[in-house]
Write a protein that binds this ligand. Structure first.
Ligand SMILES: NC(=O)c1ccc[n+]([C@@H]2O[C@H](COP(=O)([O-])OP(=O)(O)OC[C@H]3O[C@@H](n4cnc5c(N)ncnc54)[C@H](OP(=O)(O)O)[C@@H]3O)[C@@H](O)[C@H]2O)c1
Length: 307
C-alpha cells in the first residue's frame, strides 16, 4: 500500500514487469514524472495504491517496495475482476504476442468498465491512426466505444529494443539484423514513456488526448550500428536483411510464424520512409529533454559486452 493521499486513486499497471509498465511504476513511486519543481505528492495527483498486474510467482520480487502485486493474465478472464476491484485508473499494455483484440482485450475493457474504472491510459503505437488492422487500433476503438475516459500514448520505437530483442545478436554476433532498409526511425526511451504515463494516470486534463511520442533521435540502423560501434569499441554491423531473410532467421530461432510475420511488418513503415516523424510532445508534457539514444547506450553498455 502506497499511502500518499488519503482518498484518491488506485492505479492498476498491466505489463508491470515490461519495458513501459516498469518505468511507469518507477515514475509513480519516485515522482520521476517531470521537472524537479513539479515533483512531490501533488505531481502524482495523490496515489492511494499502485497495483501491478503480474503473471506467475516471483514477479513481485521485481517490483518496488510498496507496490501491490495482483494476478492478471489476459488469457484468463477469471483474473480480471479480482485485479480490477476498487481500481480507478489503468495503464493498459498489450503484450506483444497477444494479437486477438476480441479474445483478450474487449473482455478486459468490459471488465474494467464493470469494475468502475474511470480512466484507461493505453500504450498504443505511433501511426495507429493509419493502420486500422493492427491490434493497437482495435483496442483504441474499443476504448473510445467504452464509457471510460481514455488517453492514447503512441510512441515511436523503443531504445530498449536494442537492449532486449536485439541484444543477443549484437553481443554474440556483432550485428543488428532487422528488415528496416535505409529508413529513419523515431526512437524513444521507455523511461520517458513511463514518465508520461504516470502523468496521464495522475493529473487531470489528459482525457481524450492522443500523444504521439518521440525523442529527438531520428536514426537509421546504420547510424545506430555506428553509435554502438563507438560505445563498445568493436565493429557492430547493420546487415540490412530483406523481409524474407529476416522471417527465415526468426523461424529458425523458434519464433512463432505469426509473430515473425508481425515483426517483419513492424519494419515496413521504416523501409517505406514513414517511421521518421518527430514530435515535441514529450518535452511539452515533461518540461525536460527526452533521453537521447547515445545516453541510453552509455547507460546500458554492459548488456552488449561479452564478458
Ligand atoms: N517495442 C517497441 O518499439 C514498441 C513501440 C511502440 C509500441 N509498442 C507496443 O508496446 C507494447 C509492449 O511491448 P514491449 O515489447 O515493451 O513488451 P513488454 O511490456 O516489455 O512485455 C510484455 C509485458 O506483458 C506481460 N504479459 C505477457 N503476457 C501476458 C498475459 N497473457 N497477461 C498479462 N500480462 C502479460 C509481460 O509479463 P511477464 O513478465 O509475465 O511475461 C510483460 O510485463 C506492445 O503492445 C507493443 O506493440 C512497442
Amino acid at each position: 500500500m502506497n499511502a500518499l493521499h488519503p482518498d484518491s486513486k488506485t492505479i492498476l499497471i498491466t505489463g508491470a514487469t515490461g519495458n513501459v509498465g516498469r518505468h511507469t511504476i518507477k515514475a509513480l513511486t519516485t515522482f520521476d514524472a517531470g521537472p524537479a519543481d513539479a515533483r512531490g505528492p501533488t505531481a502524482t495527483g495523490g496515489v492511494a495504491e499502485i497495483r501491478a498486474g503480474v503473471r506467475g510467482r516471483g514477479a513481485e520480487d521485481r517490483l518496488p517496495h510498496g507496490v501491490l502485486p495482483v494476478h492478471l493474465d489476459f488469457a484468463d478472464a477469471n483474473s480480471f475482476a479480482p485485479a480490477l476491484a476498487g481500481v480507478d485508473r489503468v495503464l493498459l499494455v498489450r503484450p506483444p504476442l497477444l494479437v486477438n483484440v476480441r479474445r483478450y482485450f474487449q473482455p478486459f475493457i468490459r471488465a474494467a468498465e464493470a469494475a468502475g474504472v474511470r480512466h484507461v491510459v493505453f500504450l498504443s503505437v505511433m501511426g495507429a491512426e493509419n493502420a486500422g488492422f493492427i491490434p493497437h487500433a482495435g483496442i483504441e476503438r474499443a476504448l473510445v466505444e467504452s464509457r471510460m475516459a481514455w488517453t492514447f500514448l503512441r510512441p515511436g520505437f523503443f531504445n530498449q529494443n536494442l537492449s532486449t530483442t536485439h541484444a543477443a545478436d549484437i553481443r554474440d554476433h556483432d550485428r543488428i539484423f532487422v528488415p528496416a532498409g535505409g529508413g529513419v526511425t523515431a526512437f524513444i526511451d521507455t523511461q520517458d514513456i513511463g514518465a508520461v504515463a504516470a502523468r496521464a494516470l495522475t493529473e487531470p486534463g489528459h482525457e481524450s488526448a492522443t500523444y504521439t511520442l518521440t525523442s529527438d533521435d531520428l536514426l537509421t540502423y546504420e547510424e545506430i550500428a555506428d553509435i554502438l560501434t563507438e560505445a563498445l569499441d568493436r565493429r557492430i554491423a547493420y546487415e540490412r536483411p530483406g523481409a524474407l531473410r529476416f522471417i527465415a532467421k526468426e523461424l529458425r530461432e523458434g519464433t512463432p510464424a505469426t509473430f515473425a510475420l508481425l515483426m517483419a511488418a513492424v519494419y515496413l513503415p521504416t523501409r517505406l520512409g514513414k517511421a521518421g516523424r518527430h514530435t515535441d510532445t514529450l518535452r511539452e508534457l515533461l518540461g525536460r529533454n527526452p533521453v537521447s539514444f547515445r545516453s541510453f547506450v552509455a547507460k546500458h553498455r554492459q548488456v552488449w559486452m561479452r564478458d
